[in-house]
Design a protein. Sequence first.
Lengths: 245, 241
Amino acid sequence: MSTLTESASTALQLTLSSDPVLWTIVGRSLSVSATACLIACGLGLVLGAWLGVARFSGRGAVLAVLNTLLAVPSVVVGLVVYLVLSRSGPLGALGWLFSFKAMVLAQAILVLPVVTALTRQAVEDAERAHGEQLRSMGAGPLLRALLLAWDERYALLTVLLASFGRAISEVGAVMIVGGNIDGFTRVMTTAIALETSKGDLPLALALGIILLAVVLALNVLIALVRRWRERVDGSASSTPVGVAA
Amino acid sequence: MSGPSASPWVDLRQVTVRYGRVQALDQVTLCITPGERVALVGANGSGKSTLLRVLNGLADASGGFQCNTDMRQAMLFQRPHMLRTSAQNNVALALWLRGTRWRDARLQALTALQRVGLQGIAAQNARTLSGGQQQRVALARAWALRPDVLLLDEPTASLDPHAKREVEALMADFAASHSAAGPARPVTMVFSSHNLGQVKRLASRVIYLEHGRLLADLPVHDFFNGPLPEAARLFVKGELV
């Protein structure tokens, strides 16, 4: 309990002290995870939306693989990316290993299945409810997928949050491909791991509290934006019953 | 059964539709000619919606199916889906999906909304409209396409009486108009309904379905005044819903 109290006190002191090293690490964590999420969302939203609408042989197997990838350990992703980016690997010539780009790549690969699987589920539900009406208007599978994804954009904000949460909280992949180099590839989670290994538990916990606080602030911000847009755009169900004209 | 003589819009021969173990349509034979106003009636689960989906090409059916593909179709659903955007964009989308440029589609959408008396709410988000207004936007969406055939699946079932009257008046107006092919070709309308008053007012022909089978296919006057199969007679009397 005293460790927890001490950690909270340390977290508060660190936050108030405006320690440039701390805020550089926080900024790097946010930028690595945000960039990775942007890349993963660019691919995953389209792929997931298409999977939610398309019907083809072998779709069940694809979905099974996709759902399995949700549980892939981040260290495994880190290891694979490490092998690919290492000097003898197929992309070794890029020289990305132990860099910001390598961490972004690893996290993007890690969250891509999350974005794809959750988007697929949201769009598939929408397709079941409304897809027939779009088909009736002449929309093919890809257009239907994109229209339904756009229509479910507020639900997909939650997907964005989930993927960001997965990215910013992982440690295995960025540790392996980033190397936790001070001032260069050190992020919040690797810093926490380092302080824990050094035995400075209050500082490690304090960093964890700051990490959660940053994510909480982001969640609140997105929730507020979502609520505001829903109020502006109208969140009423599209299936009203007995409503006066 | 009535026997249309003009070149048919659609000709179904022993069409069957199954959803897993459920037989939704059972060997339905039916011919609809341009300009007809056909009402599909029957109890819940009788196959009305499935038949409309077959006519619109949305359901896979076995059996003979011939359709004049030159005739453009539009379909209205009981609960129209409005995308989370303005009423004008919702109407324009249907036109855009049929190949109209977006800018032209938006202009035509405005005209269509005027036709249903909703030009004042063109910029309003369609999700915030009432049920009756949404159904009128859906009618505008259909009308904008200038279809030869209009299919309606219980379009007034979930509306209050006032909205029901408004939508029904627009349906009558729609049926009286001519299609994109010109005045020589009136709009063909096929609609399902539980409202027998509405059927009397709008239909020229009535088809009664039960458990996916077509039990009666008669001109509207004969359906309400002539002899009917027992199940259809009970339905008309209001004892079978």
